[in-house]
Write a protein that binds this ligand. Structure first.
Ligand SMILES: [Zn+2]
Length: 347
């Protein structure tokens, strides 16, 4: 059984595979701390110790989730500097590109979409990484936490998301509270309809700690992906709905094990998803806090029985369901076709 915090050496065949990460949060403070620590020649906050403590002291499930994004080793003040914003996105993209990622979708939250220069700074970070990794493409997704905003404030955020389509915002991720019991998705349905017709991709967080909300999420207009859905397996009706929906599940193996959404890697339903025709992609979710990378996630999937050809299919599917432009999608698929059959490669 693999320890969620084990250091895993990347198999050269897996390291060389083109990868995609469609679900990675910006983790602004942990990521910026890492960048600043490097500049200042000091050690960054020790997330390995934090994660170990999380596993030993906090019961699995919602209690662990609530500990995420609660430690702020870098300050808001430091984050407000445009150069620091670019540097931390550059760090995120570079880490993924070094592991073979050719596409990364970064999730922004709070009220980030109101930042007038969000997409310009994001593209600058992408451009800097492309100097060293020319194959890399990056897209931005905004997380709309519907329990946090209402009325005019919510309308303002939705309007900003729709306006940001022209600047390249790729999609919206809906996050509802309550998370592990049924929520009222009426507002999300209305917003999703506007967002989807404006060209935004739609995904949602659901089904991580119970099967609640999965059926409701599958009715969100324009939704093509769902984050986690690990508990779909606990309810045959919900599992059947998911299987019939053709919605893709964003699987974050290490995050799911570390937070206790599943008891272990081997108990993760990813294989059942695939066998039932439910498309899956591999993601890191919160890579700094849960101490993983996209290369590590592909390596773990390989250890769980996914062949290199299956992993290449996962990458291909991720490109097909990515919130990117038709032109970029074609470029990425061409990149993948050039790469050829990994089984026949001598590495
Ligand atoms: Zn997430």
């Amino acid at each position: 059984m693999i320890d969620p915090l084990a250091e895993i050496k990347l198999d050269p065949r897996i390291a060389a595979l083109p990868k995609v990460d469609l679900h990675v949060h910006q983790e602004w403070s942990p990521r910026l701390d890492r960048v600043l620590a490097r500049h200042e020649g000091r050690s960054p906050y020790n997330w390995h110790d934090w994660a170990e403590q999380l596993i030993t002291e906090i019961p699995p499930g919602m209690a662990r989730l609530q500990k995420l994004a609660q430690v702020f080793p870098a300050t808001q003040e430091a984050n407000a500097k445009p150069e620091n914003f670019i540097a931390r996105i550059e760090d995120l993209l570079e880490e993924a590109a070094a592991d073979g990622a050719i596409l990364v979708e970064v999730r922004f939250g709070n009220e980030d979409v109101l930042k007038a220069d969000l997409m310009a700074l994001f593209r600058e970070a992408e451009r800097r990484v492309q100097v060293r990794y020319p194959r890399l493409r990056a897209e931005a997704v905004f997380i709309l936490i519907l329990s946090r905003f209402e009325g005019d404030r919510l309308n303002h955020l939705v309007k900003a998301c729709i306006q940001a389509v022209d600047e390249g915002l790729g999609g919206i991720d809906f996050l509802y509270k309550p998370y592990d019991t049924e929520a009222d998705w009426t507002t999300a349905y209305q917003i999703a309809e506007q967002a989807a017709s404006a060209g935004l991709g739609i995904t949602a967080h659901a089904g991580e700690f119970s099967s609640a909300n999965i059926a409701a999420v599958l009715r969100v207009p324009g939704l093509t992906r769902i984050g986690h859905a690990t508990h779909a397996i606990s309810d045959p009706h919900v599992f059947d709905l998911l299987a019939k929906s053709s919605v893709t599940v964003e699987c974050s193996l290490s995050c799911n094990v570390l937070l206790g959404a599943v008891p272990s890697y081997t108990k993760h339903p990813i294989r059942q998803f695939v066998e039932s025709g439910i498309p899956v992609v591999l993601c890191t979710d919160n890579p700094v806090q849960v101490c993983t990378t996209i290369g590590r996630e592909y390596t773990i999937a390989h250890a769980l029985g996914f062949s290199t050809n299956e992993l290449l299919d996962v990458t291909r599917h991720a490109i097909q369901v990515a919130f990117t432009s038709p032109q970029r999608r074609n470029e990425l698929l061409n990149e993948l076709n050039k790469w050829g059959d990994p089984e026949s490669r001598v590495l």
